[in-house]
Design a protein around this ligand. Structure first.
Ligand SMILES: NC(=O)C1=CN([C@@H]2O[C@H](COP(=O)(O)OP(=O)(O)OC[C@H]3O[C@@H](n4cnc5c(N)ncnc54)[C@H](OP(=O)(O)O)[C@@H]3O)[C@@H](O)[C@H]2O)C=CC1
Ligand SMILES: Nc1nc(=O)c2c([nH]1)NC[C@@H]1CN(c3ccc(C(=O)N[C@@H](CCC(=O)O)C(=O)O)cc3)C=[N+]21
Length: 303
């Protein structure tokens, strides 16, 4: 297996998995297929992003998404609403986007304001446009192993692990965190790769010891530098999903400095899993556009 250029071998340190470079490679594959699809269907694939409220971090993600969607030759529609928007009005907006034939993908940015029931809002999304893979239909298809749209962040984790390690069959993957958005689907996606999977969470006993048995360690907790170097099996592949804003800047859930001396592969924060999430989102938008128009494409994450 040849190592892709976004995995950088370093003497005496873990190989660095550069998610920014990897996502640029995926983006250009998506852009090429998106242009070909647009020529066949007479319009560009289109992603609608809905952002409720004023969380500055959310605005940064949304701005990045808009920029990369347009760079990949797709249309980006952005809907910003104040955080006193009613749940019924938000669902009405989702239904308008469901009914719009020019919209292929709908993403409602989480978290939603506390006065809303996020599950009800997500369930309003047409599963054919569920590029976040969060509806019950998408989640059910994932459990069943049926075709469907998969959640972006965990798909990015699996893709990078495969690029770094090749066949994942039989490897022990420990996922820390069991959210609907990241941890739970990550466990199912690594299971689909024939990994032996442990799903750890806040009630897990002796988490450091559990982590020490991981060939692949996925940290999706939201606690700055919680995972210590002595939790890591020498040579393990460490995928850090955490995005934590601290006084020292943006840090992950893994203590990066000491851990890169132990791990075999590691993703940085920023520049790791975050950019990959957006790459998968664009790939999912392309897939949704192709499926909705009955066109065939090669899955950029497989090809
Ligand atoms: N890079 C990216 O693209 C993305 C990054 N993120 C980031 O990933 C992180 C996780 O996000 P998300 O999954 O939405 O977060 P949630 O807050 O929804 O879930 C956190 C999970 O961590 C578990 N947990 C909390 N404390 C501990 C602990 N001390 N030991 C073990 N497990 C613990 C919780 O367990 P329990 O269920 O028992 O409460 C829960 O399952 C955040 O930093 C977020 O910003 C999120 C999405 C995308
Ligand atoms: N419905 C929904 N789907 C999501 O996928 C979703 C969500 N809601 N809510 C919030 C989380 C978080 N998330 C990120 C995406 C990209 C970066 C990203 O590109 N991060 C850059 C840095 C950006 C910065 O500087 O803040 C990096 O890690 O290099 C981060 C976080 C998607 N999420």
């Amino acid at each position: 297996m040849t190592t892709p250029d976004f995995i950088r071998h370093r003497e005496g340190l873990a190989s660095l998995i550069d998610g920014k470079l990897a996502s640029a490679a995926l983006d250009s594959a998506v852009a090429a297929q998106s242009a070909a699809l647009a020529a066949r269907i007479g319009r560009k694939p289109c992603l609608a992003v809905v952002l409720v409220g004023d969380d500055p971090a959310s605005h940064v993600y949304v701005r990045n998404k808009v920029r990369r969607t347009e760079a990949a030759g797709m249309i980006s529609q952005e809907f910003r609403r104040p955080d006193d928007l009613g749940e019924a009005e938000l669902i009405a907006l989702v239904e308008t986007l469901n009914a719009d034939p020019a919209v292929d993908g709908i993403l409602v940015q989480m978290p939603l304001p506390a006065h809303m029931d996020a599950r009800r809002v997500v369930e309003a999304i047409d599963p054919a446009k569920d590029v976040d893979g969060l509806t019950a239909t998408s989640a059910g298809r994932l459990v069943l192993g049926a075709d469907g749209l998969r959640p972006c962040t965990p798909s990015g984790c699996v893709w990078l692990a495969r690029q770094a390690l090749g066949d994942l069959s039989g490897l022990h993957t420990v996922v820390i965190g069991r959210s609907i958005l990241v941890g739970k689907p990550a466990a199912l996606l690594f299971l689909e790769q024939d990994c032996t999977v442990t799903l750890a969470h806040s009630r897990t006993r002796d988490l450091p010891e559990v982590c020490r048995s991981a060939d692949i360690l996925v940290a999706a907790v939201g606690r700055p530098e919680m995972v210590k170097a002595d939790w890591i099996k020498p040579g393990a592949c460490v995928l850090d999903v955490g995005i934590n804003r601290t006084d020292a800047g943006l840090v992950g859930d893994v203590a990066f400095g000491p851990s890169e001396k132990i791990a075999g592969h590691i993703t940085p924060v920023p520049g790791g899993i975050g950019p990959m999430t957006i790459a998968v989102l664009l790939a999912n938008t392309l897939k949704a556009a192709a499926a909705r128009t009955g066109e065939k494409i090669t899955d950029p994450l497989r090809g």
